[in-house]
Design a protein around this ligand. Sequence first.
Ligand code: FMN
Length: 233
Amino acid sequence: MFSEMEKAAVYKAIYNRRDIRSFLPYAIPEETINKILDAAHHAPSVGFMQPWNFIVISSTEIKERLAWAADKERRALAIHYEGEKESKFLRLKVEGLKEAPITFCVTCDPSRGGSHVLGRNSIPETDILSTACAIQNMWLAAYSEGLAMGWVSFYKKNDIRDILEIPPHIDPIALISIGYTDNYPEKPLLELANWEKRRTLNQLIFGDKWNSPWNGAEDTMQQTPEYQPPTPD
Ligand SMILES: Cc1cc2nc3c(=O)[nH]c(=O)nc-3n(C[C@H](O)[C@H](O)[C@H](O)COP(=O)(O)O)c2cc1C
């Protein structure tokens, strides 16, 4: 069982973690990088296939090429927006990729574990979902280490494969900028930019069937008794 303080620490990381776009030019200790990667490696994965690899990028030249690929895609995607949304979209920063001392490219190898990974036979994209779990672990671990992380997915996968010499069957799932920052907002940057806001949770929860209301614990209690934790000796 977690103590109240331990529980509070977990929720603190969940609620306060943010996607960050600007970084300070300070190095991250190697021990911390290893801890964050080890947190990623302890994520759940379908059939325990652990489909991830992590390319740790510190070369300025490579980071600039990655930023170029992201910027090219950002400009291409701008055609989906008009007027104010377009100018807001174009203001979204990709410079974080150049500023951050380290960028991780997190990849997914769909062939890891052979052709019949337990569970992946039914839903093939569970390998990518597993990789996303690893990235979330990194995000929370980075937050607890006082570091900021930004997830960049604006790019053509083949541009990233070319730049990082990734084989064609490996999926580059994310470019993750990581570093210290002096701008750690309380709310998502997209909320502060009036792009999107957090939806009301109650409207996203259904009970028993799609679109039918959930009446909270009342419903659950009618079906199953309340858990009584064992008393310590
Ligand atoms: C799968 C995924 C892809 C994302 N790709 C980008 C991206 O390409 N560029 C970007 O600015 N933010 C990206 N983000 C960050 C989201 O915009 C951010 O998580 C969201 O606005 C909520 O903010 P928060 O993470 O600070 O709570 C991505 C997040 C996820 C989970």
